[in-house]
Design a protein around this ligand. Structure first.
Ligand code: NI
Ligand code: MN
Length: 224
């Protein structure tokens, strides 16, 4: 499993069985290193409707002729905009050709600008080639992360640290303690002034912990 960071909360994940992109906020993302028209994937996963997450999802899914995988109401919105979609909801998992996706809770909102609410936000557990990645989406800390950690062997977790809209670093450390991933990648920071953080500080806070903190620069990848 190869995970590439595209800044903010956007990651592409590639394995022998296929490739996906999560929260493809590329247009208008100052950290993005690729153009949406260059993205080739088997599915587009979206955690919630906010512009910094849905981003270029509809364009990418349409150009690749692949489905958008997201909570039910958000998929309805995407279908209304001309994309194809696979409806899912919190707690549900499905085996796709490229791997298994399970939706987790996320404590946050989910609106599309000018459209209003599009259901609940989510996080994703992605299992491909025997490896499991957890993308928390936008969320505050919640104690059910202990349940997620107990019921899944998480190889790599992508957690927000930006504060203001999501968990900050203190809470992200608590999240790591509950999720027990082998590796954690911080996300959702430094894109905007209000979420400026020093990820090295997060790394320092987890020094000596069983979980390894890996800070990815935009465009950088990790193989697990
Ligand atoms: Ni959001
Ligand atoms: Mn966000």
């Amino acid at each position: 499993m190869k995970i590439t960071f595209q800044g903010h909360s956007c990651f592409s994940i590639k394995s022998d069985s296929g490739s996906i992109i999560i929260d493809p906020f590329l247009t208008g993302n100052p950290q993005a290193t690729i153009d949406p028209s260059d993205v080739e994937v088997d599915a587009v996963l979206v955690t919630h409707g906010h512009a910094d997450h849905i981003g270029d999802a509809i364009e990418i899914a349409t150009a690749n002729r692949v489905q958008i995988i997201a909570p039910f109401e958000l998929v309805n919105y995407c279908i209304a905009k001309g994309a194809e979609g696979h409806h899912m909801h919190i707690g549900g998992a499905y085996d796709f050709d490229f791997g298994r996706i399970k939706l987790t809770i996320a404590h946050h909102g989910s609106t599309v600008e000018g459209e209003g609410a599009v259901g609940n936000p989510c996080g994703f557990l992605v299992t491909m080639d025997g490896k499991t990645a957890y993308h928390a989406g936008d969320t505050g800390l919640f104690s059910d992360m202990a349940l997620i950690g107990d019921t899944n062997s998480i190889d790599i977790a992508m957690l927000p640290i930006g504060d203001n809209f999501t968990m900050g670093m203190d809470d992200a450390v608590r999240a790591v303690e509950m999720l027990k991933p082998k590796v954690v990648i911080p996300m959702h920071y430094n894109t905007f002034e209000v979420i400026e953080q020093d990820p090295e500080e997060f790394k320092e806070m987890l020094r000596g912990a069983a979980t390894h903190v890996r800070i990815l620069a935009p465009g950088e990848s990790i193989d697990i």
